[in-house]
Design a protein around this ligand. Structure first.
Ligand code: DP6
Length: 342
């Protein structure tokens, strides 16, 4: 390895990490504590493999403020969130060093593809190594959660459950793996129907929903049963059962948000057509189901043998700009300098 001289140039408090986005099958929507980012409900997700965030964190004792570059650009609002996340690591390490952060995604940021989940999971993972904190995966999940709720899940690979927890300090609101990706290697076709940033971000959407949607209490009351059904379906590799409970959770989350005032309408016409097409395919016996987050992209989850047919069907829909295929992947991990720059 010829990475030694580079490591010296970068300084000794530097590390690189990669994390992948995750897609919730049983949705997180609503916070019981906004400051600590504690959810009102538990959730279950799958971590992807083909999409990634790669992040380098270099703590430099001489630096006056954090320097943040995301996809080669600096954005004040994002930099503020990154600094708040670094503060959690600095607090744990008992240092006040500022850091240079360089992060890039191989997929569109803020287009409903969970860039904050992979972004903050990678940041916590790299920051932990750079400061030699040696945090456990559970501790990393707690810290990632405080930066963006869904990031708690991207610390782990495969099928992951994030518990809502009961403690006021949130130390039990942590994600944990349910099943390895290889144990049930489903495929995902993401239909991109818009590349614009979403109009109402998740945090604001959740706040508005909790304050105004008449369905909020029903959402909370019914979630435990959905989690139990999905957990059992995953452990039994029961595709039909997972399809039914996942579409139910997705549509229930959107019904909840649609009933806020003003209503949160995250779909466009193509999103609706994609959902209808997925249901029509399933009606013909194709093992596929959909889920949609706080944006207009539709994720079609299917058994591997169906993925070409699913992609072709989605590509055919007017308004679908692109279809990205991915499998399920691993959790956050460290990268060498060579892997980071590759
Ligand atoms: C619809 O994790 O982005 O994707 O905690 O406010 O950062 P914050 O929200 P975020 O919300 C994700 C919401 C969702 C459902 C899910 O991923 O479970």
């Amino acid at each position: 390895m010829n990475s030694e001289p580079r490591a010296v140039v970068l300084g000794e408090h530097c590390a690189m990490a990669q994390a992948q986005p995750n897609i919730a099958l049983i949705k997180y929507w609503g916070k019981r504590d906004a400051a600590l980012n504690l959810p009102v409900v538990g959730s279950i997700s799958i971590t992807l493999d083909a999409l990634w965030t790669r992040t380098r964190v270099a703590f430099e004792p001489g630096l006056e403020q954090d320097r943040v570059s995301l996809n080669g650009r600096s954005d004040a609002a994002e930099a503020k969130r990154v600094s708040a996340c670094l503060d959690l690591l600095r607090q744990r390490a008992g240092v006040n060093w500022r850091a240079a952060v360089d992060s890039r995604n191989n997929f569109p940021t803020a287009a409903g593809l969970a860039s904050s989940a992979s972004g903050f999971a990678a940041l916590i993972h790299a920051g932990d190594s750079a400061l030699r904190l040696n945090l456990s995966d559970a501790e990393k999940s707690v810290l990632a959660r405080r930066c963006s709720g869904s990031a708690a899940r991207s610390v782990f690979g495969g099928y992951v459950e994030w518990a809502h927890g009961k403690l006021a300090d949130g130390t039990d609101s942590v994600a944990s793996p349910l099943l390895e990706a290889d144990a049930w290697p489903l495929r995902v076709a993401v239909a991109i129907t818009s590349t614009a940033a979403k109009e109402v971000g998740s945090s604001e959407g959740m706040r508005r929903t909790a304050q105004t949607s008449p369905f909020q209490s029903a959402w909370i009351e019914t979630q435990e049963a959905d989690l139990a059904t999905a957990r059992a379906a995953i452990l039994a590799r029961d595709f039909a059962a997972l399809a039914a409970i996942s579409e139910y959770s997705c549509l229930k989350m959107h019904a909840l948000a649609l009933a806020a005032q003003p209503g949160l309408l995250y779909w466009n016409g193509a999103s609706v057509e994609c959902m209808r097409r997925v249901r029509a395919l399933r009606g013909q016996g194709v093992p596929v189901f959909f889920t949609v987050d706080a944006g207009p992209q539709v994720k079609a989850i299917c058994e591997p043998q169906a993925v070409e047919q699913v992609k072709a069907a989605l590509r055919d829909i007017p308004g679908v700009l692109d279809v990205v295929e991915t499998g399920l992947g691993a959790g956050a991990r460290n990268l060498t300098e060579a892997e980071y720059t590759a």
